[in-house]
Design a protein around this ligand. Sequence first.
Ligand code: DGY
Length: 321
Amino acid sequence: MDKIFITRNWHVDAVKLLENHFEVIVWNNSNSPTEDDIIKYSKGCFGVFSEFDDIITKNIIDSSDQLKIISNRAVGYENIDINTAKLNKIRVGNTPGVLVETCADFTMGLLLDLARNITYSNRAVLKGNWKSFNQTPYLGTDVYKKKLAIIGLGQIATAFSRRAIHGFQMDVSYWSRNRKINLDNELGLQYIDNINDLISSCDYLSIHCSLTPETYRIIDKEQFMLMKNVKLINTSRGPTINQDELLIALNNGNVESAALDVTDPEPPDYNSELVNHPKILITPHLGSGSRETFNKMALMAAQNIINVHKNHEMVSEVIID
Ligand code: DGY
């Protein structure tokens, strides 16, 4: 029987599914295995089922003897050396689509939290600062009919825009590599072809673009300087913003508050000024983390492996140019 190595012990249903076809070796730990561990346990395996923070290096791929598929339980695959995978004729799978609505819910949650100082005021309550009825230190901003700017209009940002427009009648503008005219018409989105114009007049800014050399620090000093009391949300990848400049922008008021579900690095430095800033809300890369979606992503990653084994098309394959 062919073997699969799965790099976590969280995925009961996915393991059951895989066990119908393979001998499954489960990494019995909730932390990522080291490079040496992955090399050791994936020896002789047909597939590796990986998580977003397992760094699948050239060394791992070159050391594998039977490997045919690396199936990442994530949309992103920057943890995998895909060029080496291609050279070794190893296919790579990912799990887009199933997480879209879950991530959009989470982004809306972060926006509402920032708008109304929910986490900020909760921290004050925990410190014993609720002495009498006094809203003034925690007054937030409305969401209804406010201006939302979006960078990168993929599926998640589209689902988020629907919530913002249908639920809160927000005025939504976006910048994206490609203009989506159908969505402009359907949802009443406004496309702005210059990021600096987009961010200089918004109340809320949400980043959704994938991380590429072009989007590395797409929000940097120049952009922060243009913002006016913006509430910033990042659920894409940490390096899309320059965090040192974010700290300056928070201190001088260009950014009123920020919610980061992704940081650079992950996890962040707990002693840093940014992490401890009162107007920063950091969550542990949790956008797709509902119970339902966590499981759906795992089942999809498992199915990608099964499909390769059966010579069927993968549910989602990363095409390596
Ligand atoms: C993804 O799917 O790429 C997330 O960011 C990690 O789960």
